[in-house]
Design a protein around this ligand. Structure first.
Ligand SMILES: Cc1cc2nc3c(=O)[nH]c(=O)nc-3n(C[C@H](O)[C@H](O)[C@H](O)COP(=O)(O)OP(=O)(O)OC[C@H]3O[C@@H](n4cnc5c(N)ncnc54)[C@H](O)[C@@H]3O)c2cc1C
Length: 519
C-alpha cells in the first residue's frame, strides 16, 4: 500500500492511501496514465523535501481535455480520489503531491508539436505549464514582456497564478494575478471554462490565487508592456530599521514610484549570516561582504538591511539613467558609501536567481529541506515584527538562506481574488519570506521549531491587537454615549435649522476641487 510520509519537526508521519477505481484504465486517457514505481516516485516529493507522498498514478495529458476527463471521472466516482496539478514541484509543503490519487504532469501539455506561447500586441496567451523564463524569451522576440515577475523564473505560469506571484514590480502593477485578462480552467466537475472579469467572473476571481482548489488553469492571457533593454541593479545597506522602512515606503509611494525605481525589494542579513555565511555571492564580492560585516560590528546592530532596487532603461534613455539614479539616491538614507551597483541586461536581471541556484547546486545545497515561511505583515506592525522576530527570536540563530522583506501597495490587490492583501485597512503591507534551508539533518527540526515560534508570536500579536482595538472601540463608544443622547435630543428640537446647516456643508464641499494639484 502506498503511504504518505511527512516530516513534522523531524518525525516521519505515515498516512494510508487507497487504490484507484479499475474503470479509470478503461477511459480514452488510459494510455497516458503511468502507474510504475519509477513514475510515481518522481512525483512523491517537492522542493520543500519535508513531506513525501506517493501518488497511485501520473497522468501525462496531451491536451486540457485529458485533464477534464480525469477530473470528471473522479468527481462522478463513488469514491473520488485526489487529483493534483504539478508544474515543477517547487512547492514546499507537499501542495503538488496527491497521496493515493493522480498527479497531473502539467509540463506534458507543452511536449506536443504546436507552441503553447502566443504573443499578441499587448498580451501573451501562455499554456499554464510554461516556465516564466520561456514566456520571457518568447515575448522579448517582439520587444514585449509581462510586467510582474517572481524572483525565480523556473516555475510555471499556472502555479504562480494559483498563488499570487509576487516580486519587486508588484508595488506598481500588483501581483501577477492582477495582470491576467483571461483564463482557461478545468473545473472540479471536469468542465472546461474560459473565464475573465466579464465572463464567468466568479470562477476567474476564485482560480486566481485559489491554490488549485477551484480548478486546474490550462491557459492564461497575461498583459504585456514594452520591454526595457538594460537594468541598473542597485543594493544599499542600512543599519537602522526605521530608515530602511521609511525609504522602502517612500520608494513605493505614488509620488516616488512614477519617477524612481521599477523594482523594489529588500533583505535582512542577520549579523551571524554575514560573518559565518558564504564569503561571496553572485552579486556581492568577498570585499563587499567584509565591508557589510564591518558595518554590522561598528554599528552594533544585530541585523543589516539591504535595499534591492532596479532602474530599467533602453537606448533612448541610456544617457540620463545615471542622473536619474543619482537624484533618487540623494533622497535616501542608506549608510553613506554603502551603494553597490551592477549594470546588466533585462534577462540577466530577471533570471538572477538562476545564478544563485547554480552556486547552491554545485555546493550540494539546493536539494536540501526548505522549511520556508512566507508571511504578510500589516504596515503598522512591521517594526514590532522586526523587534520581536528578527532581532529577538532569530537574532541568535545562524540559518542558511535569505530573509526577504519588502512592501506592496494594498490598492494594487483585487479583493475579489482568492489571494488578498491583509485586511488591516492600511495602504501598504509587507511580505516577509524566511527562506531558510536545512543544510544538516538537525537543522530541519530546529527551523521548524523557530517557524512555530514566529507563528505563535504573530498569533499573539494579532490577538493582542484585536483585543486592544476592541477595547478602544468600546471605550470610545462609552465616552460618546451621553453626547449621542444629547445630540439626539438636540436633533429633535432643532431639526429645520440643522437641515440648512447640512446643505451649506454639501455646497461648500462641492466647491473644493477633487484634485487640488491639478488646478
Ligand atoms: C527558488 C524559488 C524562488 C521563488 N520565488 C518566488 C517569488 O519571488 N515570488 C512568488 O510568488 N513565488 C516564488 N516562489 C514560490 C513558487 O511560486 C512556488 O514554490 C511554486 O509552488 C513553484 O511552482 P511550480 O510550478 O514548481 O508548482 P508546483 O509545486 O508543481 O505546484 C504546486 C501547487 O500549485 C498549484 N498549481 C500548479 N499548477 C497549477 C495549475 N495549472 N492550475 C491550478 N493550480 C496549479 C497546485 O495546487 C499544485 O499542487 C519561489 C520558489 C522557489 C523554489
Amino acid at each position: 500500500m502506498a503511504s504518505i510520509v511527512s516530516m513534522v519537526t523531524g518525525q516521519l508521519r505515515h498516512m494510508p492511501a487507497g487504490g484507484l477505481p479499475h474503470d479509470l484504465f478503461a477511459l480514452g486517457i488510459a494510455s497516458n496514465i503511468r502507474i510504475d514505481r519509477n513514475s510515481t516516485a518522481m512525483a512523491s516529493s517537492d522542493f520543500g523535501r519535508i513531506v513525501e507522498a506517493a501518488p497511485e498514478a501520473i497522468l501525462h495529458p496531451a491536451t486540457p481535455s485529458d485533464i477534464a476527463a480525469l477530473i470528471r471521472f473522479s468527481a462522478s466516482s463513488p469514491a473520488p480520489f485526489p487529483v493534483s496539478p504539478r508544474g515543477q514541484g517547487h512547492s514546499v509543503r507537499g501542495q503538488s503531491l496527491a497521496p493515493g490519487g493522480v498527479i497531473v504532469d502539467m509540463p506534458a501539455l507543452g511536449r506536443g508539436h504546436h507552441s503553447r506561447i502566443n504573443v499578441s500586441a499587448d498580451y501573451v496567451d501562455a499554456g499554464s505549464e510554461q516556465l516564466w523564463i520561456d514566456v520571457l524569451h518568447a515575448t522579448l522576440e517582439q520587444g514585449l514582456a509581462p510586467r510582474v515577475w517572481t524572483d525565480y523564473l523556473r516555475i510555471t505560469v499556472g502555479d504562480t497564478l494559483s498563488k499570487a506571484g509576487i516580486g519587486g514590480q508588484a508595488f506598481r502593477h500588483g501581483p501577477q494575478i492582477a495582470n491576467v485578462q483571461e483564463l482557461d480552467v478545468v473545473t472540479g466537475t471536469g468542465d472546461m471554462v474560459t473565464c475573465s472579469r466579464e465572463k464567468s467572473s466568479d470562477l476567474f476571481f476564485a482560480a486566481l490565487g485559489g491554490l488549485g482548489q477551484f480548478g486546474v488553469i490550462t491557459r492564461a492571457r497575461i498583459t504585456l508592456e514594452q520591454a526595457p533593454k538594460r537594468v541598473r541593479w542597485v543594493r544599499l545597506a542600512y543599519s537602522d530599521v526605521a530608515m530602511f522602512t521609511r525609504d522602502q515606503e517612500l520608494l513605493i509611494s505614488k509620488r516616488a514610484s512614477q519617477a524612481g525605481f521599477d523594482y523594489v525589494e529588500g533583505q535582512v542579513q542577520l549579523n551571524r549570516t554575514l560573518t559565518e555565511g558564504p564569503k561571496s555571492t553572485p552579486f556581492f564580492s568577498e570585499a563587499d561582504i567584509n565591508r557589510i560585516a564591518g558595518l554590522a560590528s561598528q554599528s552594533g546592530s544585530s541585523a543589516i538591511y539591504i535595499m534591492e532596487v532596479a532602474m530599467y532603461y533602453n537606448d533612448s534613455t541610456a544617457s540620463y539613467v545615471d542622473k536619474k539614479l543619482e537624484k533618487v539616491l540623494h533622497q535616501l538614507s542608506f549608510v553613506p558609501g554603502f551603494v553597490f551597483t551592477k549594470d546588466v541586461t533585462y534577462v540577466q536581471f530577471l533570471d538572477r536567481v538562476r545564478d544563485e541556484e547554480q552556486v547552491l547546486r554545485s555546493a550540494g545545497l539546493w536539494d536540501v529541506p526548505h522549511p520556508w515561511l512566507n508571511l504578510f505583515i500589516p504596515r503598522s506592525r512591521i517594526i514590532d515584527f522586526d523587534t520581536g522576530v528578527i532581532k529577538h527570536l532569530l537574532g541568535g540563530t545562524n540559518p542558511m538562506g535569505v530573509i526577504l522583506r519588502y512592501p506592496m501597495n494594498t490598492v494594487k490587490w483585487d479583493d475579489r481574488m482568492t489571494a488578498m492583501a491583509p485586511l488591516a485597512g492600511e495602504d501598504m503591507f509587507y511580505t516577509v519570506g524566511l527562506l531558510r534551508s536545512a543544510v544538516v539533518a538537525s537543522d530541519l527540526a530546529l527551523l521548524e521549531r523557530e517557524n512555530q515560534t514566529v507563528l505563535s508570536f504573530c498569533d499573539k500579536e494579532t490577538k493582542w491587537w484585536a483585543a486592544a482595538a476592541e477595547k478602544a472601540h468600546a471605550e470610545a463608544e462609552k465616552a460618546h454615549a451621553p453626547a449621542e443622547k444629547a445630540h439626539a435630543e438636540a436633533e429633535k428640537a432643532h431639526a429645520p435649522a440643522e437641515k440648512v446647516g447640512m446643505m451649506e456643508t454639501a455646497d461648500a464641499l462641492e466647491m473644493v476641487p477633487s484634485n487640488p494639484e491639478s488646478q
